[in-house]
Design a protein around this ligand. Structure first.
Ligand SMILES: [Zn+2]
Length: 81
């Protein structure tokens, strides 16, 4: 592996674990028009069965682990994936 910046071959490879939360964000308009009743409907149809499922089956993991390789050039300090 060569550095794309200075062509130095003295490059370190670092493996890092990145944690991504799989949640979506909605805008204020969404909350005003859809959010208040959608949450209510969702709560009845999803949360209640989900809670029951969580009690009987166990908690589902919501954090996804993504393994990334990061290359670090020992000469110029450039990092890339
Ligand atoms: Zn470099």
């Amino acid at each position: 592996m060569k550095c794309p910046n200075c062509n130095n071959e003295n490059v370190n490879i670092q493996v890092i674990n990145e944690q991504k939360l799989v949640t979506r964000h909605h805008g204020i308009i969404w909350w005003l028009f859809i959010g208040w009743w959608w949450i209510f409907v969702k709560w009845i149809f999803f949360t209640v069965p989900a809670l029951l499922a969580a009690i009987f089956i166990g908690k589902r993991k919501k954090i996804v682990n993504v393994q990334k390789k990061i290359y670090v050039c020992q000469s110029c300090g450039r990092t890339w994936e």
